[in-house]
Design a protein around this ligand. Sequence first.
Ligand SMILES: N[C@@H](CCC(=O)N[C@@H](CS)C(=O)NCC(=O)O)C(=O)O
Length: 216
Amino acid sequence: MSMKLYNAQLSPFSARVRLAIYAKGLDVEIVDGFSSPELEAELEKLNPMHKVPTLLIDGKALPESEVICEYLEDLGLGTPLRPKDPAEAARVRLLSRIGDLYIMEPMTKLFGQINPKGRDQALVDRELAELAKGIGWLGHYIDGSPYAVGGKLSLADCTLAPMLFFYEQIGPMFAVADVFTNVPTLKSYFAGLKNDPHVARVLSEVDAALRKVMGR
Ligand SMILES: N[C@@H](CCC(=O)N[C@@H](CS)C(=O)NCC(=O)O)C(=O)O
C-alpha cells in the first residue's frame, strides 16, 4: 500500500495528521498541496473540497483530518493512538469533536480578522466569546496532566496540540491578556504536552511556517 499526504505546514488540520504519522512511525510521503499550481490542480482533481489534509491511499483520496487519523489508526500499524477501552476511546473522540466544532470554528473566523485595518470588532467580540465557551468546555474535560486521555499520546492530543498552539496566538493578536486565565487545567495540560518529542516536532514546524507568513 502507498500513502501520500497533501499537507500544508501551517494548517492545524494537517499538523494533526502529521503528528499522528510521526507518533505512529508510518511511511507516508508528505507533499505541500499548495506549493505549486501543478500540485494544487492535482489535489483539486482528487478532492473537489480543495482542502488539506488529503490522504491518497493507492490512488484514492481521503479528506478530513479526523477521518484520516481514524483511518490510520484502523490500519493497526505502528504505535496505537486510540485507547482500547471504549470509555477512553469515546473521550478521545469527544475532545477532538469539541476542538473541531467549538474551537476551530470561532478561531477560523478570528483568523480572518487578524489585520486591525478593516477589522469587524463586533464579529471579533462575538467569536472571542464563542471561543471562550469552547475553551471552557475543553478545560472541563481535561484534568491538567500532560496527555489528554490515558496517560499517553492519543489522537485527542494530535487534534488539540496544533489548535492550542493557534489559540495561544489569539492573545497577542487580539489583545487578550492571558488566554488560559479561566482554564488552569488546559494551561498545565498544554505546557506538559509540549514536552512530548513528536508534539514538539510538529509545533516547531507550525511555528516556523507561521513566522514565514508573518515575516518574522
Ligand atoms: N475539516 C477539515 C478542514 C480542513 C481545512 O480547512 N483546510 C484548510 C487549511 S487549514 C484548507 O485546505 N483550505 C483551503 C481551501 O479551503 O481552499 C479537516 O479537518 O481536515
